[in-house]
Design a protein around this ligand. Structure first.
Ligand SMILES: Cc1ncc(C[n+]2csc(CCOP(=O)(O)OP(=O)(O)O)c2C)c(N)n1
Length: 618
């Protein structure tokens, strides 16, 4: 079944069989490779029916986040290759046009789908292709919490181009859905009954004389008030539903009707997250993104859990701080467990919030809390803060407020790939006046970083990796002091390794390897990139000639470039800076180790390069 499956010729019974073999394949693959399990199991029929009614060869199929697109991948020629899901050089966990012509757009960050569809619809109209093409969106109720979705709906309802939006309402984001929209959707008000009443009344009203049209209108309006469609209908988008998102027949009917309307239509489909794998059914969070697991027991077969993750250390540190100081508050944007903020929400429900997939709102609302004298910790993945860049500048930094950005998943994140790598934060934050930027190197320094962030005046940010910190050999930790680095070790040779954040542990490793080769180098934990420790670096420039930068960040605007411009502006001409940060390319998915190997930044590879640079003739 590797070829694109032509399901258009199949009967309903056959479609049901195909759906169950898709589920089996998804469970099997995710149980060995890890991935997004429950979202995919919940979306099988939605996608099978999409392929049945629409034409994936020409209709743009736009999957929001696209973490739920496994069924689409399996139906479009990737059945055999699916065993390489999320592996290095294997099938991506998200849609990716370079992987298949059936993938219309890249996705990974949420809530872009309706906007993309509207752009595609405009292009289709300009190209006069409306008779043969229509954009079809699959978006979850969680993704409907982000502003960009409403920006797109706002224009769509006005411009009224044909776009079909399938709203996958499983009453879950990764965690519990947050906010008024999700409550609104779940108020389906016994949807079936309403659909029946609506149909009967409409039928009855059509036989009334012309004079009764006023009454008919009133009836329709009042009915809208009690159906979940009101929000969309009032925005100018036709609403169909709610429909059973696991009933192929119902879905086909709804999709066909939507296609016929040639207008913007939203189909509200209700599904069960995890459908078909009983252990996962209906569970929020646990089964959203998983590592390898045993299918029978549902137990994780993950390797070493003995080491603390940087996230859990951060969460512990923030718990201690919140206990001590009542003005410590904070948010997560729909990632309570991923960021460890779930524990704070449980302990201090009036001071910590999940604001849903709303990074911009997270930053702006916390800026106002800072203005009121609170110390907000915005705990967010490095990659997702990108979405709130303007808010960081406009609301936190111009106002010079005490807003703290704790950036989780900084560096390579592994299997999620391009859209999720946390590589740009140093570059994009360093450009902002008033922002202070620093990083802990290990668990102990995380406590000190959190405590420092509380004391700091003005906006500040610190970053830490996915998983656990690399070992720093228990190097003594000092309290953080604004703009101060820490020299961990002097060296006999003229070589200095400058580590930043998790790069310090790597520098320690590289230093050990170099020592075996007879090279004794110094190690500096830079701690701050903004402001940078000019005094220390000046001193070191007299003693050490070859500086090697080790940091999990982009070379462009990263630590190496900051140090190079410092060296140039101070005229430290004898110093040569080499950076082992990431090249100016998007970094693909795969296990972090394989990805780092490809980037030639594993400790062994860095050691080799350093030796080559120092002894070019060797
Ligand atoms: C901008 C952004 N913030 C956070 C995330 C992390 N994230 C991925 S999927 C998801 C939940 C999406 O929920 P929903 O749209 O309902 O899809 P479901 O998995 O429930 O089918 C979140 C928060 C993201 N991908 N993008």
């Amino acid at each position: 079944m590797n070829k694109t499956v032509d399901i258009k010729t199949k009967s309903i019974e056959e479609l049901k069989k195909i759906s169950s073999s898709l589920r089996k394949k998804i469970i099997q693959t995710v149980s060995t490779n890890g991935g997004h399990l429950s979202s995919n199991l919940g979306a099988v029929e939605l996608i099978v029916a999409m392929h049945y009614v629409f034409n994936s060869k020409q209709d743009p199929f736009i999957f929001d986040v696209s973490h739920q697109s496994y069924t689409h991948k399996l139906l479009t020629g990737r059945w055999d290759a699916f065993s390489t899901l999320r592996e290095y050089n294997g099938i991506s966990g998200y849609t990716k046009p370079s992987e298949s012509k059936y993938d219309y757009f890249i996705a990974g960050h949420s809530s872009t789908s309706i906007s993309l569809a509207l752009g595609a619809a405009k292009a289709i109209a300009l190209k006069n292709e409306q008779e043969i093409r229509v954009p079809v969106v699959l978006i979850g109720d969680g993704a409907m919490t982000a502003g960009i979705a409403y920006e797109a709906l706002n224009e769509l309802g006005d411009i009224k181009l044909p776009v079909i939006i399938i709203l996958n309402d499983n009453k879950m984001s990764i965690a519990k859905p947050i906010g008024a929209i999700s409550k609104f959707l779940s108020h389906a008000m016994a949807g079936d009954l309403f659909q029946k009443i609506k149909k009967k009344m409409e039928h009855f009203l059509q036989y009334l004389p012309q004079s009764a049209t006023y009454m008919a209108k009133k009836f329709e309006e009042s009915l809208k008030l009690i159906t979940p469609g009101i929000l969309f209908e009032e925005l100018g988008i036709d609403y169909i539903g709610p429909v059973d998102g696991h009933s192929i027949e119902e879905l086909i009917r709804a999709y066909r009707l939507a296609k016929k309307l040639k207008k913007p239509v939203i189909i509200h489909a209700q599904t069960l997250k995890g459908k078909g794998y009983e252990i996962a059914e209906g569970y929020e969070e646990n089964w959203h993104g998983v590592g390898p697991f045993d299918i029978d027991s549902g137990k994780s077969v993950k390797n070493d859990k003995s080491k603390n993750s940087a996230t859990s250390t951060y969460s512990n540190a923030l718990c201690s701080l919140a206990k001590k100081y009542k003005n410590v508050v904070g948010v997560t944007a729909a990632m309570p467990t991923g960021t460890g903020i779930n524990r704070l929400i449980e302990k201090y429900p009036s001071r910590f919030w999940d604001v849903a997939i709303a990074e911009q709102h997270a930053v702006t609302s916390m800026s106002a809390m800072a203005k009121e004298g609170f110390k907000p910790f915005i705990t967010i993945y490095s990659t997702f803060l990108q979405r709130a860049y303007d808010q960081v500048i406009h609301d936190a930094c111009i106002m010079n407020l005490n807003v703290i950005f704790a950036l989780d998943r900084a560096g390579i994140v592994g299997e999620d790939g391009e859209t999720h790598q946390g590589v740009f934060d140093i570059s994009y934050l360093n450009a902002i006046p008033n922002m202070t930027i620093f990083a802990p190197r290990d668990d102990e320094s995380m406590y000190r970083a959190v405590e420092y962030a509380y004391r700091h005046e003005g906006p500040c940010s610190f970053r830490y990796p996915r998983g656990s910190f690399l070992d720093c050999n228990n190097a003594k930790n000092l309290p953080f002091e604004l703009g101060k680095s820490q020299l961990l070790k002097d060296g006999i040779n003229k070589t200095l390794l400058i580590g930043y954040g998790n790069g310090v542990g790597k520098a320690v490793k590289v230093a050990k390897l170099l020592k075996k080769d007879g090279l004794d180098c110094a190690i500096l934990d830079l701690r701050f990139v903004k402001p940078i420790d000019v005094d220390m670096l000046k001193k070191l420039s007299c003693k050490y000639r070859d500086w090697f930068i080790i940091s999990d960040s982009s070379k462009v605007g990263g630590v190496g470039s900051i140090l190079t411009s410092l060296k140039n502006s101070f005229g430290w001409d004898s110093v040569k800076v080499t950076s082992f940060e990431y090249e100016d390319k998007f970094i693909k998915h795969g296990s972090s180790k394989l990805v780092e190997e490809y980037l030639e930044i594993l400790p062994e590879q860095i050691k080799k390069r350093i030796i080559e640079i120092l002894n070019p003739t060797r």
